[in-house]
Design a binder for this molecule. Structure first.
Ligand SMILES: C[S@@+](CC[C@H](N)C(=O)[O-])C[C@H]1O[C@@H](n2cnc3c(N)ncnc32)[C@H](O)[C@@H]1O
Length: 965
């Protein structure tokens, strides 16, 4: 049995000739969601996820489901789909979904590996068998007029979708705008299946490059001192104190490897005569020392001079760095000792001399002086390296890093000649490309942006947070060393490649294009594609091109004559990139802000991409989009582009695809669930009947479809967050909207999809309140109180996106902007709405009673009032009185205002207790008020309400997720 939610119940009336597809029916979403999360375990990643950094890669099971669901006919059973996806143990042919769910729910009893517990290996390690492929192809040919359907991914990124498509041996086309992932696509989709294993050859050339480069680099690492080889150096900056001229290191903390709270290895600075020297110390909890490694010189971005105590403010430090008024300083070194293990020591003069040698080398070599001298493009979104004086890409390296990358590039170029002579063109191309990936991957952990991970005592990668953050402490690796440089990185890349070869064995290569998805038809042909399965960029979630430039300039230095078509421009193509990039509109603001301009630009580009996909699809072709964005704006854009391109929206499915607690996702707009949204190209062009539908006529259908979808989702047992439930209900709403398009209001003005989405949000909020709020009389509360409670209910935290909060307000008749000033019920926090508590809203009763002047602008709720305009004001006041004056005074306060019999007060209290997390201070005080003397007075029975549904769920979910971390 499947457990999916779908919007398609009947075939579209005007296009009843095309075959409905599996994705338009029920799907085994729960089992696939479980597999997606299993794949998120960093210890068990598929090879293409770590062959080279790229952003927003999707899990294999989600990609498989999107592909198979888009090409197989409706009626394909959940078991057929799952076993083709290699989910479930051998021999189990029925009820696979139930089996997977049972394994998941009993996972607490597991000892042994995940594979042993589930009884089958991770699906990405398994390709379909030849028999499975033969059966699949026979049935696909029946569905698609005798041919195998061609699958196109127009924004292919790291290539998960097209790679899975070739594993099912389907004709596959992958397109990507950015050359950096395009190089990865070449490796995965062309060389792996076509050229095959190159293990011996890759190692042979890798070793030659290593030998040549290390001969040039040996003197830059005082490597063999004491027989110990430098692996990585922890580097910082020394600036001069403006006041005492002493040397100031820019150190937030002195830990090199912090094993636990007070234990680990740290560098202890010694300050003398305006100078600083370093000592490596091993600290244990019993260490008798007044040295606290957590106390560096930098606090909240300001720097305190350790010699004279004068503070240099952040802006001043930044100026010094920008003007090059600093020295690089190696303060710690991780080394390898051939006599046993690795260890740490302090940086010293020998290390500094090595840095100096690198600097001199640069100055004496013209080629080095111009290596990677492409300009860093300014960005307002990512921390701009130019702010710190890194104006050319070469500046993101310290001199030794730059020389090291340069020497590897030189060694590669020297070998390239020989490689070309020894191999046929395709093999040579593959070897050169894979070896370039190894070199490019190295910069992730070897630049001024690569942080030192004190938890592991080890270099970390630069894109942990999807931006080029400046690091006061960074790592400088010895690329020549066996474990921290080229040898190890290239071994990993070669291993990845060989795994990919195995996975793609016997399959045909895909066609790979590097270009704008809005300009594809000329390459792939009109009407030539049956299934477009895409995972487009999500607004401003990731600035792919800006992030890619560092890799791009290095890859260009290696590969511009191997793939000249990829490296034609100075930097990556930002003007065609479909992201909302405000920095492109810097200085162009007029009537519209740069944010608005960026938004419109993104929308236009997405619309162009969807109409291009429409052109490439044959009539009846399918488009499945993976969409991972919560904001209504994004959905508005997406739906409008699809409708305008001519697509009929036929299905949506929510699928758990990401680890919700991943650092990068936290606080960003990316959801934990991905929505699969499916549209079809009609068999016949829709006739323009010229008629428009009145919004009033479709509004109630929109609402009831959304409610129906939400109820089904809540009953389905899929563990979706409440916001994801709202998003998942957008699908049916959009179908109604698209079927009736264009939709106009009474004045004849066109209604945008966002109005339908708003109506859906509102309707689903009602369903959620109906499900999760037992409190009777909630609907009779005033709008402001309802909004406050619903916000807590849906977002499960005090902070939520402004736009969503605003729309939720409209649903209950409250304009949140109008009430902000007078009620102080919310405030802005980094563009989000933050709900306020009593302490931010209620005047101090003691001061009011003493006749002191208390700002009613700052604190609008006066607790001495007899009556309150909003239920939430009365409750916040009661909490304040209880906390300030104690239970006796609170008892009097409540009885003076007759709150014992006040239904509105009672309802607000119980509703709040239902939605607030147990540990929230308001919930704690409310529980106190409901016990003891005040409790006797109020006599509010809360025994029937489920006070901690959310808390318990969260703990369970968290425990389950932590298992996968
Ligand atoms: C969400 S990512 C795709 C990730 C991919 N599905 C994976 O799992 O690795 C979106 C991709 O769209 C690419 N992109 C942005 N604008 C584009 C355009 N106009 N044409 C083609 N690709 C574009 C970005 O470079 C990025 O790699």
């Amino acid at each position: 049995m499947s457990d999916s939610h779908t919007t398609s119940e009947t075939e579209p009336e005007s296009d009843d000739e095309y075959t409905s597809l599996a994705i338009e029916g029920e799907l085994p979403l729960k089992a696939v969601g479980i597999e997606n999360l299993k794949e998120a375990n960093p210890k068990h990643m598929p090879p293409h996820r770590y062959i080279h950094p790229w952003f927003a890669r999707r899990p294999t099971p989600a990609a498989r489901l999107a592909i198979l669901g888009s090409v197989m006919e409706e009626g394909t059973s959940a078991d057929e789909l799952l076993s083709l996806m290699q989910i479930g143990p051998d021999g189990l042919e029925e009820n696979i979904s139930e089996y997977v769910q049972e394994r998941k729910t009993t996972e607490g009893q597991r000892d042994g590996t995940l594979g042993e517990w589930y009884g089958y290996p991770r699906p990405f390690t398994q390709s379909p068998t030849e028999d499975e492929l033969a059966d699949l192809h026979t049935s696909l040919r029946e569905t698609w007029d005798g041919e195998l359907p061609t699958v196109l991914d127009a924004t292919a990124g790291g290539g998960v979708i097209p790679f899975e498509s070739i594993r099912y041996d389907l004709p596959t086309i992958a397109n990507e705008l950015n050359p950096v992932p395009s190089v990865i696509l070449k490796v995965m989709l062309e060389y792996a299946p076509e050229v095959g294993s190159l293990e011996d050859d890759l190692y042979k050339w890798r070793d030659r490059i290593q030998k040549k480069a290390s001969e040039e680099l040996d003197d830059l690492y005082p490597t063999k001192r004491d027989g110990r080889e430098v692996l990585a150096s922890a580097c910082t900056y020394h600036i001069q104190c403006e006041s005492c001229a002493g040397t100031v290191p820019l150190m937030p903390k002195w830990w090199l490897h912090k094993r636990s709270a007070g234990e680990g290895v740290a560098i202890k600075p010694h300050y003398e005569n305006g100078d600083v020297s370093y000592e490596c110390v091993e600290l244990t909890e019993n260490s008798n020392t007044d040295f606290d490694p957590s106390e560096g010189t930098v606090s909240r971005s300001d720097v305190e001079c350790p010699h004279c105590g004068v503070i240099t403010e952040y802006e001043e430090t930044r100026e010094l760095l920008k003007n090059g008024e600093f020295e690089y300083q190696i303060y710690g070194v991780k080394y390898d000792d051939p006599r046993g293990g690795s260890g740490y020591r302090a940086g010293d003069d020998l290390d500094q001399q090595a840095l100096k040698r690198a600097e001199e080398r640069i100055e004496s070599d013209f080629e080095l002086l111009t290596f990677l001298s492409e300009k860093v493009e300014v960005s307002s979104r990512i921390t701009d390296p130019a702010t710190y004086g890194m104006e050319e890409w070469r500046d993101i390296f310290n001199p030794r890093q730059l020389v090291s990358h340069y020497e590897y590039c030189n060694a590669f170029r020297e070998c390239a000649e020989e490689i070309r002579e020894e191999y046929d063109t395709r093999e040579a191309e593959a070897i050169l490309t894979i070896l370039t990936i190894s070199a490019s991957k190295m910069i992730d952990r070897n630049s001024r942006m690569s942080p030192w991970d004190t938890g592991r005592g080890y270099p970390a990668n630069m894109f942990m947070s999807h931006n080029y953050s400046f690091r006061r402490v960074f790592c400088d690796n010895n690329l020549v060393s066996e474990t921290m440089g080229y040898e190890d990185t290239s071994r990993k890349v070669i291993d990845c490649y060989e795994e990919l070869v195995e996975m793609a064995a016997g399959r045909d290569a895909a066609e790979v294009y590097c270009g704008d998805a809005a300009d594809l038809t000329s390459k792939v042909g009109e009407g030539s594609v049956q299934a477009a399965v895409v995972d487009p960029p999500y607004y401003d979630s990731v600035m792919y091109a800006q992030l890619a430039d560092g890799f791009y300039v290095l890859q260009k230095a290696y590969l511009s004559d191997v793939h000249p078509e990829f490296f034609t421009s100075e930097l990556t193509n930002k003007s065609d990139e479909a992201v909302a990039n405000t920095s492109r509109f810097e200085g162009l603001e007029g009537e519209k802000s740069k944010k608005q301009l960026a938004k419109e630009d993104y929308e236009e580009k997405m619309a162009e991409i969807f109409s291009e996909l429409y052109e490439t699809l044959e009539p009846g072709g399918v488009l499945t989009i993976m969409f991972t964005h919560k904001e209504t704006d994004a959905w508005d854009t997406l739906s409008m582009s699809l409708i305008e391109a001519g697509f009929t929206i036929t299905a949506t499915h929510p699928i758990t695809s990401e680890m919700p607690n991943r650092v990068v996702m936290r606080g960003s707009q990316s959801a934990d669930s991905t929505i699969l949204l499916t549209g079809r190209k009609p068999l016949h062009e829709k006739e323009d009947t010229g008629g428009a539908t009145l919004w009033d006529d479709v509004k109630s259908e929109t609402r009831s479809e959304a409610k129906k979808a939400a109820r089904e989702l809540l009953d389905s047992g899929l563990s979706l967050t409440k916001t994801d439930t709202i998003i998942a209900a957008f699908g049916p709403t959009l179908r109604v909207f698209a079927d009736n398009y264009p939709v106009v209001d009474k004045k004849g003005e066109e209604v945008p999809p966002r109005d339908a989405l708003s109506a859906a949000r509102d309707a689903v909020a009602e369903v959620l309140a109906e499900r999760y709020l037992d409190t009777k009389g909630f609907d009779d509360l005033d709008g402001l109180t309802r909004w406050y409670v619903l916000s807590w209910l849906i977002y499960e935290t005090d902070t939520m996106p402004y736009d969503e909060a605003r729309q939720l307000g409209i649903g209950v008749g409250v304009n949140i902007d109008d009430v902000k000033r007078d009620t102080k019920i919310w405030g802005k926090s980094s563009g989000d709405v933050q709900l306020k508590t009593h302490s931010n809203r209620v005047q101090d009763i003691v001061r009011v009673e003493n006749g002191e002047d208390v700002s009613s602008r700052k604190y609008p709720v006066n607790p001495t009032d007899e009556r309150f305009s909003h239920g939430i004001d009365a409750v916040h006041s009661a909490i304040h009185v209880y906390e300030t004056k104690g239970p006796e005074a609170a008892w009097e306060w409540l009885s003076d205002r007759g709150l014992k019999n006040d239904e509105r007060f009672r309802t607000t209290v119980t509703a709040l207790l239902e939605v607030l997390p147990q540990e929230h201070e308001t919930a704690e005080t409310l529980r106190d008020i409901l016990s003891g003397r005040t409790g006797e007075y109020l006599d509010i029975d809360i025994s029937n309400i489920n006070l901690n549904v959310r808390g318990e769920d969260d703990e369970d979910n968290q425990a389950a997720l932590n298992e996968f971390e």
